[in-house]
Design a protein around this ligand. Sequence first.
Ligand SMILES: [Zn+2]
Ligand SMILES: [Zn+2]
Length: 401
Amino acid sequence: MSDPGLMSDDVVDDVVDDGRFDRLRATATFADAAHEHWMQATLAVVGVGVLGSLFAREASRSGTHIDLYDFDIGEAHNKGNQPVEVGEPKAEAIARLCNSIAPGSARAHVEDIRHVGAGSFEHIALIVDCTDDAALALPLTELSNGWGIPLLRLAVDGSGRLELGRVLVSHGGQGHACQLCASSWKDVFDPGARTPCLGDEKQQAPTNAGSALAMSVAGLGLLYAQRLVGGNGSDRILDEEVIVDLDTPGILPMKLRRNEECLSGHTRFDPTHLDRSAANTTVKELFWLARIALEDSRNPGPLQEISLAFRGHPILLGVACPGCGLELVRPGTFWRPAPECPRCGVVMERRRDAALDHMNQAQARALGLADTSCEALGLPTKGALVIARAPGYSPVQLLFA
Ligand SMILES: [Zn+2]
Ligand SMILES: [Zn+2]
């Protein structure tokens, strides 16, 4: 594997401006200060397959910065429509491509987006979901609503039968429709509609689509991204979903309506920023930090039982052996590595059937978690968001460094 491009801990550079953007700035999209906003922004592109790779390449060429998220590894069947290498993480291949065009423009994150802390998105200008994974609709909408940043969803019909795609613009944190405003609980939580997590046996259905359709959808998505971030013409595209039909052919815009009863709650993040990481904070210390933050919120009355909820990371209580069937209590989030089976040595699996959405101090002690670091519990290493509640108090949010 050659130079993998910038990795997640590297600092993105200033974009080289040697006259290459002069003609972009002469367009209505980038007129006035819009291209300056675009150059100063960082976009999060989630999924760098057939759509994300095209979007990222042209976005970075036009002067912006990109964080690329994808845990997928390139395979031979990807090479017909994606610039990836067999055996190399896709995010690294695409980051290298972007950085060869615009040095310092892209960072690779070979991670599952569900295990990336909310703090990683605090200073992102736009999230671009190129996964078409229904299981990501809620977590990405929460990030968009939470930080008040727009979310673009790009998708192609992956059945291989239709040259059909779509671009959905949502911005629930700023008073517009979010992408879940028209969804029911069943749409979002029906197991049959969801694709599995990383590590599950079942694989997501392959996306059977060619570059021609992907270029059309990524092209429309890029224009919308430039308008949303640059500011020119963004009013015209909010609350909109556009169907791109290359068979008919036609482009069909549809209006999205904000639903105040939306299941996402359109909840904004307003966290207390902790100056410590999940790695050097135990669960016991986190309860102590939560107590300070709740007391600072100056609610009346005595502070009684505190409970903590970890965003996107419920505490799963048990593990089971896929070999011999042994079941043990070994609490941790889905991301905490499961132990080897003491009976047959096979690596055990986390069970999802018994979970705590929130945990109080007595539960933490009973489960033997008080002295466990929050990272070892299975929280993201950086930027995990924790919600602390106590009876009679407004909840407070704590954001790890
Ligand atoms: Zn909504
Ligand atoms: Zn076993």
